[in-house]
Design a binder for this molecule. Structure first.
Ligand code: AMP
Length: 197
């Protein structure tokens, strides 16, 4: 893939001699993601990636691991879910030679959108995508920092499918395994996460 080679030929490192590529990704993430109890409300264990963002190496290490399952495929777009899905998702897109789609909360996207609703603990929420974001038949990876119940990832998949795209896979840094979120989306395509809690 032209873009992929271009990226690495123009960097001062290559994947094979990148020491970070061999980092034990799970212990690296454990060291850089902190747990904040009772945020944003009592009972929630919030997985805070801001320490990860402070480490400049994370912008090489994390996307490189996230794209591993998809490196041999032709991926047209990475669709990142607002807002933490934008942070490493754009670098994944660059590494894969793909474009990036923003899947956003209501009222953020300026042109015509389609929407998909998903269940929250109390009530529903919705995600939007531009109607013209995807060419029919495009292969799309859905990416977010974390999968909990799987509702938002499922809604993002619905948006991709409604506009004629094909969900080539899901990619998360973290998975809250005890919530079984992958059961919501596994039937649609393969699900990958770097660490499960
Ligand atoms: P869900 O739709 O239930 O899979 O929730 C996933 C979305 O909510 C992602 O965008 C996460 O960033 C966010 N989220 C849910 N639970 C947590 C948590 N415990 N820590 C951090 N982010 C969370």
């Amino acid at each position: 893939m032209l873009c992929y080679n271009w990226f690495f030929e123009n960097q001062d490192y290559k994947i094979d001699d990148m020491p970070e590529a061999n980092t034990d990704i799970q212990s690296y993430l454990e060291q850089h993601i902190r747990n904040i109890p009772d945020f944003p409300k009592p009972g929630i264990q919030f997985k805070d990636i801001t320490p990860l963002l402070l480490d400049s190496q994370s912008f090489k290490i994390v996307p490189e691991h996230l794209i591993q399952p998809y490196k041999s495929q032709k991926i047209d777009y990475v669709a990142g879910v607002e807002s933490r899905g934008f942070l490493y998702g754009t670098i994944m897109a660059s590494l894969l030679g793909a474009g990036f789609i923003t899947v956003r909360k209501p009222g953020k996207l300026p042109a015509d959108t389609i929407k998909a609703e998903y269940e929250l603990e109390y009530g529903t929420d919705e995600l939007h995508m531009h109607k013209d974001a995807i060419k029919p038949g495009s292969k799309v990876i859905i990416h977010d920092d974390l999968i909990a119940t799987g509702g938002s990832a499922r809604a993002a998949a619905e948006l991709v499918q409604k506009t004629g795209g094909e969900v080539a896979g899901y990619s998360f840094i973290m998975e809250l395994g005890f919530l079984n979120g992958r059961e919501q989306i596994e039937g649609i395509s393969e699900v990958h996460s770097l660490i499960s809690y």
